[in-house]
Structure formats: structure tokens, C-alpha cells
Design a protein around this ligand. Structure first.
Ligand code: ADP
Ligand code: MG
Length: 173
């Protein structure tokens, strides 16, 4: 894919997930790949959370975290880079929500709204997932969802108010 470089950087929030192999090491290595990309700068990392699996039963627990970056990459170029990094870490796409070594999703890109075949921004599930909202709260509880117009802390509280068990506390990585 040709890289169209922007003249001013954007902010993007990237969700990390995985439940196969040495996930913590895969996360650290992928974060390094992102930080070392010439068009990306790592701004913040959330804590790391161990979370129960969604989707097919019998899977191992997941690890989840979020990082904030500034980037000169356009959203589709950023997605392509993240998919390259998934591949380097042995990601093979099998069943939907099935086990994976490394999943890198773009949660949001500035306050851009995009709905295409390959990329939905903000991420369609972001407001429904404690494992995304809690890490966002670690970095900035006031982080505003670009379309729902509620902040990460309010969105997390709605899930807890609906009776979800809170995540166990996170750890540095
Ligand atoms: P999931 O992340 O839903 O578990 P995959 O990682 O296999 O599943 O992604 C499936 C497809 O979702 C990707 O090929 C990508 O084109 C698309 N996609 C749509 N929106 C996003 C997003 N915001 N971040 C990452 N991938 C996305
Ligand atoms: Mg994904």
C-alpha cells in the first residue's frame, strides 16, 4: 500500500489483545515495533490486564492493554502496519474471536468517523469492553468517545452499573 504522509500528526489509540503463547513478550515486542516506526511516536501505555475470554468457549484468559501514539500515517496505512506487526508475531486468522497470539485494533484516530469495509472508527465495540475502557481510563479517564460523547470513565461506569464484574487490577509491562 502506498504511504501517504500527513503534514501534521494525529493521535491514535491502539488496543492490544492476545491469549496464545508468551503474550506479554509479544505485547512488549509489538509496542517496540510501533515505537520504532519512523512515522509513529509512543505517547502512553496503560497497565496490562488479565481478562476472561469472549467468544468460543474453552479458551485461555486474555491479556489486554492500550497504547496512545501520535502518527503521521493515514488510518488505513496505520492498520496495514499493525497487521504486519500481528503477522510478525505469528497471528493467523482462524475463527472470529478465536484464540490469537496478538490482536492490534485501532480504537480511535483523532475524532474521525469512518465506516469502510476494512476499517471502522471509532472501533465498534470500544464502549462495550471493560478491557478497553479500563486501560483508556489509566491513561486519561476524560478521554472522550468521538461519537457517543461520553468519556472513558462514564462508559466504564455504565458497564459496572449494568452488573458486570470489574476487571482485576492491572500491572505494568
Ligand atoms: P477482531 O479484532 O474483531 O477480533 P480481526 O483482528 O481478525 O478480528 O479483524 C478483522 C478485520 O477487522 C480486520 O481485517 C480489519 O480490516 C477489520 N477492522 C475494522 N475496523 C477495525 C479497527 N478499528 N481496528 C482493527 N481492525 C479493524
Ligand atoms: Mg483485530
Amino acid at each position: 500500500m502506498p504511504t501517504h504522509k500527513k503534514t501534521a500528526p494525529s493521535h491514535a489509540w491502539i488496543a492490544f489483545g492476545g491469549n496464545q503463547g508468551d503474550v506479554r513478550n509479544a505485547f512488549k515486542s509489538a509496542r517496540k515495533n510501533i515505537a520504532e516506526h519512523p512515522d509513529c511516536k509512543l505517547l502512553h501505555s496503560s497497565l496490562l490486564y488479565q481478562t476472561p475470554p469472549l467468544g468460543p468457549a474453552g479458551q485461555a484468559d486474555y491479556l489486554n492493554a492500550v497504547v496512545a501514539i501520535s502518527t503521521y500515517l493515514e488510518p488505513l496505512n496505520l492498520l496495514a502496519i499493525l497487521q504486519d506487526i500481528e503477522r510478525i508475531h505469528g497471528r493467523i486468522r482462524h475463527e472470529h474471536w478465536g484464540p490469537r497470539t496478538l490482536d492490534l485494533d485501532i480504537l480511535a484516530y483523532d475524532d474521525l468517523h469512518l465506516q469502510s469495509h476494512t476499517l471502522t472508527l471509532p472501533h465498534s465495540q470500544l464502549h462495550l469492553r471493560q478491557f478497553v475502557l479500563k486501560p483508556l481510563c489509566d491513561m486519561n479517564p476524560q478521554w472522550l468517545h468521538p461519537s457517543i460523547k461520553k468519556n472513558a470513565s462514564e462508559l466504564l461506569q455504565s458497564l459496572l452499573d449494568s452488573g458486570e464484574e470489574p476487571l482485576e487490577s492491572g500491572s505494568p509491562w
